[in-house]
Design a protein around this ligand. Structure first.
Ligand SMILES: [Fe+2]
Ligand SMILES: [Fe+2]
Length: 469
């Protein structure tokens, strides 16, 4: 472990002077990017943050006050698995690659760059949120997510520098040059170019979009390219907190909505300054459907290639599946043909994106069930739900078609007539925007948000998570 170096790491960076120098040259550009595109305020303040200083269970969550630009962004790979084998695809069972196989170089670089690009993109999307944080606790959580997305960028840049030579270094520079929403140099994926300027959207993003990230990382953790697998395995431990922020965040909005409904003669949460359950449902519909798009096409020859070459597996490939070749068998997929839903048999390898999406859908269902438990415990008769996966898709087989929340095909006119019932409209957005006022007194919460069940790292909820200087 090399903790006290300029770049903390567990990859023996000091043994490789060339690589170390290259990364030390990239570092000031990274800090410049952070100051320029990271949180728009609070950069000089002391924030109570978790820093990874090793990958074992004790060391990876170290809490202390730190000024964000001084955060120790390190390079940490999960411990190597002895005699690790390629977990899937045509080379199943052969020793995992420690170096990039020449024939897969371009594919692999593209996978790493695309993953890497989402990390700084989300920091950029969220940069203005600190100006309207609903509590000190939440503001601190936002910064925690942000610095860790920054570390995830480091993780991908390490791979590019260590394994892809000159073009890897160029890609690393470009990762700092693109900007979310920029007209000339946007981030790679569309979803990561939309600003997130209200906290309901932030909670939805960390619930649904960060969870897409979790499943992409789970697929990469099954890569035959061992350094990628080890990097992503460690990223997943951090990612869990991001989804905690999202799931409990939405849960607290739900809880507060229920409390306010009970205080109001007409059960109107908005009349009491809260966010009503119907609006929460519309935000779920939007963010869930938009995050589903990130998994790529339902039938995909790229996904088949990635699986065949062992670059990406299915989530928990070793644990959950027996046949790691997936040469035989089909996936039954519902597809709209001539305005009729028909079931099509898709060769398994071509359905890998959809198989990953299935696991993602199940995971979200569990979260929604926990929100419904909150509503039930409040004694309110209302059920939140996920729309069908065909609803409101912009990518893949269902894009350009129209479906209701249950996934039944409908006409464009029918869809448009229901749009403001199903998705956040201008009035919703204006209402939410109006609620976004900063609340930063210790222990206080915005009117529309319930307090969390507990503080961070066993600290009380009214702990001074941010010390303004
Ligand atoms: Fe990340
Ligand atoms: Fe994340």
């Amino acid at each position: 472990m090399q903790l006290f170096e300029k770049i903390p790491n567990n990859v023996n960076l000091s043994q490789n002077r060339r690589l170390q120098r290259a990364l030390e040259r990239w570092q000031p550009n990274y800090i410049k990017w952070w100051k320029d595109a990271g949180p728009a305020d609070f950069q000089a303040d002391d924030i109570y943050l978790r820093t990874a200083i090793s990958v074992d269970s004790k060391g990876w969550a170290n809490f202390d006050y730190v000024k964000m630009p001084d955060y120790k962004w390190g390079i940490f790979l999960a411990e190597p698995e002895q005699d690790r084998r390629i977990p899937c695809g045509d080379d199943y069972g052969k020793p995992a690659w420690q170096e990039v196989p020449g024939e897969f170089r371009n594919h692999l670089r593209r996978i790493i760059v695309t993953q890497g690009d989402t990390e700084p993109a989300s920091v950029e999307q969220q940069r203005l949120l600190c100006a309207c944080a609903p509590s000190m606790y939440d503001c601190r959580n936002l910064f925690q997510v942000n610095v860790e997305e920054g570390r995830h960028l480091w993780a991908m840049v390490y791979l590019l520098h260590a394994h892809f030579g000159r073009d890897g270094r160029e890609e690393a520079e470009e990762l700092l040059e693109r900007r979310s929403g920029d007209f000339d140099k946007p981030r790679i994926l569309t979803t990561f170019n939309e600003p997130i300027d209200d906290w309901l959207s932030f909670f939805m993003f960390t619930m649904f979009t960060d969870r897409d990230g979790k499943y992409q990382l789970l697929a990469l953790a099954e890569s035959g390219f061992d350094p990628l697998s080890r990097t992503t395995r460690f990223m997943l431990t951090e990612e869990a907190h991001h989804m905690f922020v999202g799931e409990t965040g939405v849960g607290r909005v739900v809880k507060r909505a229920c409390e306010l409904m009970k205080e109001d003669p007409n059960e109107d949460a908005r009349a009491q300054g809260g966010i009503d359950l119907d609006t929460i449902q519309r935000y779920i519909n939007f963010w869930y459907s938009s995050s589903l798009d990130l998994f790529g096409g339902e039938i995909s020859s790229n996904a088949a290639d990635y699986f065949a070459s062992g670059l990406k597996g299915r989530a928990h490939e070793a644990k959950k599946f027996d046949d790691h070749l997936a040469m035989e068998g089909v996936y039954n997929m519902e597809i709209l043909e001539d305005e009729q839903l028909v079931t099509k048999e898709v060769p398994l390898r071509n359905a890998m994106n959809e198989i990953l999406r299935d696991a993602y859908v199940d995971d979200n269902e569990r979260g929604v069930a926990r929100w419904n438990k909150i509503i039930k415990e409040a004694g309110i008769d209302y059920t939140l739900s996920l729309p069908n996966r065909r609803f409101n898709r912009k990518m893949g087989l269902h894009a350009g078609r129209h479906f209701d929340l249950a996934g039944n095909p409908i006409t464009e006119e029918q869809f448009n007539a229901m749009r403001n019932e199903w998705l956040p409209g201008d009035a919703d957005k204006a209402y939410i925007k109006n609620l976004m006022k900063p609340v930063l007194e210790r222990g206080k919460m915005a009117q529309w948000l319930a307090a969390p069940a507990r503080g961070i790292n066993h600290k009380p909820i009214d702990f001074e998570y941010i010390r303004r200087t």
